[in-house]
Design a protein. Structure first.
Length: 162
């Protein structure tokens, strides 16, 4: 009877050990699946974060481009582009041909005042510029005569400056 009982106990022990091993293996598989799932989730979150950063960069670039466009339009005296046109993608916008009928000059005068910023016709002469400076700031232009200053490099030469 002892031998039969020992065999039964041994069979029970083996079965118990086998079940324990199966449970451990199942637990390992579940942990591996969780790790794989966590990696997938992390990669997906990283991809989403990367896309958000890229989108933010695109928005910032678009905002800078729109601000530069508005500033340029304001400098050139054109009406400001409306919000719909600014929001439109670049490939849908029509090509704008350059209009060089005006020139914007910033003149730093020898009097130490703020620079004079004025827009002139593109074909305006240096004489017209000097007259505009005289009218605007009251600086003498030393009785300019049209054509007397051909070949001079600077407005200071025309105005009798240093």
């Amino acid at each position: 009877m002892d031998l039969a009982e020992t065999k039964r106990n041994e069979a029970i022990r083996r079965k118990k050990t086998q079940e324990t091993e199966q449970l451990k293996e199942e637990l390992r598989r579940k942990e591996q699946l969780k790790a794989v799932e966590a990696n997938k989730r992390e990669k997906l979150e990283d991809a989403k974060a990367k896309e958000r950063v890229k989108q933010k960069i695109r928005e910032q670039q678009e905002a800078k481009r729109a601000a530069a466009e508005r500033e340029k339009a304001q400098r050139e005296g054109r009406p400001l582009p409306d919000a719909v046109a600014v929001a439109a993608p670049v490939e849908q916008q029509k090509k704008i041909t350059a209009n060089h009928s005006e020139s914007r000059l910033q003149l730093r005068l020898p009097t130490g005042q703020q620079p004079l910023i004025k827009t002139f016709r593109a074909d305006a002469t240096l004489f017209e510029v000097a007259i505009a400076v005289q009218e605007e700031r009251g600086i003498s232009t030393n009785s300019l005569v049209p054509g007397d200053y051909v070949g001079r490099d600077t407005l200071a030469d025309v105005m009798g400056g240093k």
